[in-house]
Design a protein around this ligand. Structure first.
Ligand SMILES: [Zn+2]
Length: 275
């Protein structure tokens, strides 16, 4: 799933493109993709877009007059792409906005499960839709982080991914951040001391920055991640093979030397705990 650095990099690419020309036609949309029916998509026609904004992992496209907001959540497999006039786009995107100049913004989603979503909202409704989100991961200071850690006793990997506490981090960047901070994914938030708090806050900020820089330069997953999806590859810091463990419904990657002091983490899949 694209996380803060990926969504922010796309946002910056798309922002100047959607402002070029007003919307000629909004939709059609896949029935599972469009989550709202009032106001209707037709209300967008003739409107210009102010650009592309971002909140957590969502794109927000407000109209020039400030009356409407298109909200897009890509989930795991959604992709948002601008196709210029005459360019090669998808045949059946799950959602599209065609502009007067012939350009088209397309949302596509691989696979048969349609989980990506588009909402057309009034600004107040958009605000309500986003109200549960925590502060943006790339703006966190140590005292924000101290407050977040104190709010719940949770394993760090799970806490970092909770959008109500911190917005923008998913499983890939949680792996990267904990590796940089040299903390175990299973450490409880209540056990994080002052030094670890500092390491964790610094790691969140530096990884969000590093990720954005790489994604803006077009780096792929292989080049971007250092532990995520790197099972058996030598840790860049100590050479120990990267390990993997199933936790809840996620797979965690970590260095069993620099993060857990030589301990191998035990499988904590829900299905296994329920047996
Ligand atoms: Zn290591």
């Amino acid at each position: 799933m694209p996380e803060l650095p990926e969504v922010e990099a796309w946002r910056r690419q798309l922002d100047p493109l959607v402002k070029r020309s007003p919307i000629e036609q909004a939709g059609p949309a896949h029935i599972a993709t469009l989550k709202t029916f009032d106001p209707p998509l037709k209300a967008l026609e003739g409107e210009g877009l102010r650009g592309v904004e971002r909140r957590a992992k969502r794109f927000l496209l407000p109209t020039d007059d400030g009356e409407l907001v298109v909200l897009v959540h890509l989930m795991s497999a959604g992709r948002l792409k601008y196709v210029p006039k005459g360019g090669k786009g998808a045949k059946t995107p799950v959602f599209r906005l065609r502009f007067v100049d012939g350009g088209e913004l397309q949302l596509t989603e691989a696979g048969s499960k349609k989980r990506a979503g588009v909402w057309l909202l009034r600004p107040e409704a958009a605000q309500a839709e986003l109200a549960h989100l925590g502060p943006e991961a790339n703006t966190l200071e140590a005292d924000d982080m101290a407050r977040i850690l104190a709010s719940d006793s949770r394993r760090l990997h799970s806490l970092l991914r909770d959008q109500r506490l911190i917005a923008g981090i998913g499983r890939a960047w949680a792996n990267e951040i904990l590796w940089v901070a040299q903390l175990s994914p299973y450490t409880l938030s209540s056990q994080v001391d002052a030094d670890a708090l500092e390491q964790l806050t610094t790691a969140i900020r530096s990884e969000m920055d590093r990720g954005l820089e790489l994604r803006l330069a077009g780096a792929n997953d292989e080049k971007t991640y250092r532990v995520h999806d790197k099972l058996g590859r030598p840790c860049e810091r100590c050479g120990t093979p990267i390990a993997r463990v199933d936790f809840e419904e996620h797979t965690i990657y970590y260095c069993p030397q620099c993060q857990t002091g030589g301990r191998v983490l035990k499988d904590r899949r829900l299905s296994r705990l329920l047996k």
